[in-house]
Design a protein around this ligand. Sequence first.
Ligand SMILES: *Cc1c(COP(=O)(O)O)cnc(C)c1O
Length: 375
Amino acid sequence: MHSFIPPQRTLLGPGPCNVSDRVLEAMARPTIGHLDSAFVGMMDEIRSLLRFAFKTENRMTLPISGPGSAGMECCFVNLVEPGDTAIVCKNGVFGGRMEENVTRCGGVAVTVDDDWGQPVDVVKAEAALKAHPGAKIVAFVQAETSTGARSDAAELCRLAQEHDCLTIVDTVTSLGGIEVSIDEWGADAVYSGSQKCLASPPGLSPVTFGPKALEVVANRRTKVQSWFLDLNLLMGYWQAEGGRSYHHTAPINLLYALHESLLMLKEEGLEAAWSRYESNYELLRAGLESMGLSVPVTRGDHLPQLVTVTVPDGVDEAEIRTRMLEDHGIEIGAGLGQLAGTVWRIGLMGQNSSPETVRLCLDALKASMRDAETA
Ligand SMILES: *Cc1c(COP(=O)(O)O)cnc(C)c1O
């Protein structure tokens, strides 16, 4: 056996995306103790950079040690108690996982179902809130990575507040790529992931909790079923006054990486990053359409960081993905769930949202489709 040397890939799937040399170098710096004061100082900077990225003043903002799914569980296990009703908006795979989280916490999930590829229908969500006046939570995914559709987070949060509900918002694919404004929306519990538009390696899940959510956690009737994700215990490690206590060993080098990638986002500026994503989306979309391919999500409901493309009739979608990977070193995503076999998903995240990468992708896709036809 030898050391593992990964092949060179351009990662244009639904995440992870390519991690820049600058972030990889940060991650390769020496490991120090997770209670070392130098490390604790860096943790404080990460929390302040996350507040910047989420556009929030929430004190309880921190990266959970684990992938986006861990941040998702953290929000649900802390806020949902047995018997609680949660309205779960479902327009793709990740809404389905929210429903699963609610029921595993002993809650009752009332689903608002929308077609895949469509945003959450605000009118239907409002009807569900009216029909279930005792509901405690509204949960939805801002950027559905399984379909490429974006929902109106500001409006859904406003509706939830009007009905005295807390919101749980999935911003795993949105954070860093499109506008996320936690305080302006008044969102209560929000989670994200390190490997999508933040362009860090996978393994960390930024979360932020507002004051109303923390009050609900503090007044629970039952203990949080997960010891690892119990916010009351995590707070002791991340924000104890006068010294931190051991909770778990933080993934130290991954946190160096997240710190560096957040610094890069801050240097670029949020608005500048969002407009870069938008202009490269337009380039990709124009190129796909000029090849005769169709992009099913309507402009306005689209995600600039994740573009769903309809596989044309008679084309073997898996063969094209294999050719892209083996002949061109480019990974694109397959359809998930209902959309398996019928779409490709092209992600332009982190530094991959660039005109050069769009050109590389379009050229490789053209060549792969031509080669598949003549094979
Ligand atoms: C990727 C993703 C997740 C899950 O994140 P993991 O890091 O894979 O656990 C959750 N929600 C959305 C919208 C995602 O795109």
